[in-house]
Design a protein around this ligand. Structure first.
Ligand code: SDX
Length: 431
């Protein structure tokens, strides 16, 4: 824990309370209110956690004003350009970029855990074919705790390590199986001769009836999408994983909870919702109609893929994703993709509209990702599962950091109660 160098004084009804202030290596100072209730009998109130730091972490830093995202200090645009997803996984898990031998060892450990227990195939058959793949992912990942008892003891450092590698290795296999099951095709086993992204594409698009060569352009684009989604500080799903982990729940159950939270359209479900919105708009001449709806307080419609709790300038991931969308669609010969044209014109019109600029609303990571994924052949229902498999390393890294904290306490927020005060039960005859 960083040392406090100054304090804040809170005065309530003439009584003063000194609250320590900690200064981070980057970002805002924090006021430590852990003793406030014991000293003052008062809670703080911050639904949505707009002004609350829930933990100390040294994994990912976001500067919302500058549009900066650092993973262990390295800017996301440099990692997206120069690194690759498994190297970013190593960086997030262990804190430093790997040497060549360290990378080779890590890649080998992940590669040798990509298959799932054969018995797990039966879980998929319990779902309807039209089940959303996110429902399948929540169920099957949660069920992993029933198969991997040798990596559920969170107090054993080695078991924490094995569970981490298992989840990074198996989530692509499970996500691909969920996709295959939904389209009635046989599962395709992972192949150890393929890199992480190529293996995922092969498991999704290969069929036993013919050979399938992974397009290296798509593999590079897939790997970059994985990297751009790997971790993002204390977002809703990461906070869910931390809260679940604070009770001592096993890592598979914690990640299943994170997948469930990510599914929401305000969070990871936005990439699916965004592409469906762009397809509903259909042509650029209908854009003003949807912008008007997004600005209408009486209309619940929002521009999906727009806005962010933290970024108040631009989302650096969206900048990289937009460039990748242009590259991939041009290489695939679909640069005139109507959805991409609508997205670019929608962004142009929104960023020239005071409603969005004053509220600091602009494309986030989910705005362009769906366009690339659709061009790669994925149905919209697979967009959030791909976000989930990418974010698994972030969830696991944050979970490991929390579990390794000697000051770990179970998360247990309080409330502002405005319900009925004590009253006595009345028999039904007297009501
Ligand atoms: C992700 O936290 C993370 O880091 C998440 C994430 C990650 O990597 O983990 O970055 C991934 O979840 C990205 C966000 C994906 N969600 C969407 O694209 C859904 C659409 N966006 C919104 O629902 C919204 O912008 C949020 C949820 C992203 C942020 O919500 P906030 O911070 O709670 O902001 P808010 O809802 O209080 O909105 C502030 C104002 C409101 O207007 P007023 O009430 O002040 O008049 O802006 C308006 C909102 O109505 N607004 C929008 C809008 N987003 C906010 N108006 C129209 N369209 C939008 N998209």
């Amino acid at each position: 824990m960083v040392e406090s160098t100054k304090s804040a004084t809170l005065t309530i009804d003439g009584k003063s309370y000194d609250l320590p202030i900690y200064s981070p290596t980057a970002g805002p100072d924090v006021i430590d209110i852990r003793k406030l209730y014991a000293q003052s009998g008062m809670f703080t109130f911050d639904p949505g956690f707009t002004s609350t730091a829930s933990c100390e972490s040294d994994i990912t830093f976001i500067d919302g004003a500058k549009g900066e995202l650092l993973h262990r200090g390295y800017p996301i645009d440099q990692l997206a350009e120069k690194s690759h997803y498994l190297e970013v996984c190593y960086l997030l898990l262990y804190g430093e970029l790997p040497t060549a031998p360290e990378m080779e060892d890590f890649e080998s450990r992940v590669t040798n855990h990509t298959m799932v227990h054969e018995q797990m195939h039966n879980f998929f058959r319990g779902f309807r074919r039209d089940a959303h793949p996110m429902a399948t992912l929540v169920g099957v990942v949660g069920a992993m705790s029933a198969f991997y008892h040798d990596s559920t003891d969170i107090n054993d450092l080695m078991q924490r390590e094995i569970a981490s590698v298992r989840m990074i290795a198996k989530l692509p296999t499970i996500a691909a199986m969920a996709y295959k099951y939904s389209i009635g095709q046989p599962f395709v086993y992972p192949r150890n001769d393929l890199d992480y992204a190529s293996n995922f594409l092969h498991m999704c698009f290969a069929v036993p009836a013919e050979s399938y060569e992974v397009n290296p352009i798509l593999a590079r684009a897939m790997d970059r999408i994985f990297t751009l989604h790997a971790d993002h500080e204390q977002n809703a799903s990461t906070s869910t994983v931390r809260l679940a982990g604070s009770s001592g729940a096993n890592p598979f159950a914690c990640v299943a909870a994170g997948i469930a939270c990510l599914w929401g359209p305000a969070h990871g479900g936005a990439n699916q919702a965004c592409l469906e919105m762009l397809q509903e708009i259909g042509t650029v001449d209908r854009i003003p109609e949807f912008i008007a709806r997004a600005k209408d307080k009486n209309d619940p419609f929002r521009l999906m893929g727009f806005g962010h709790r933290v970024y108040k300038n631009f989302d650096p991931r969206a900048t990289v994703m937009k460039k990748s969308a242009d590259e991939v669609l041009e290489l695939l010969g679909v640069e005139n993709n109507p959805t991409l044209q609508v997205a670019k014109e929608l962004e142009r019109q929104a960023l020239n509209d005071p409603y969005f600029t004053e509220k600091k609303l602009f494309p986030n990571v989910d705005f362009y990702s769906g366009i690339i994924l659709e061009a790669m052949g994925f149905p919209t229902s697979m967009f959030t599962p791909i976000f989930a498999l990418s974010r698994t390393v972030g969830w696991i890294s944050q979970w490991k950091e929390m579990i390794g904290d000697s000051q770990l306490k179970i998360g247990r927020p309080r409330q502002l109660y405005t319900g009925a005060t004590r009253r006595d039960y009345t028999d039904v005859e007297t009501r």
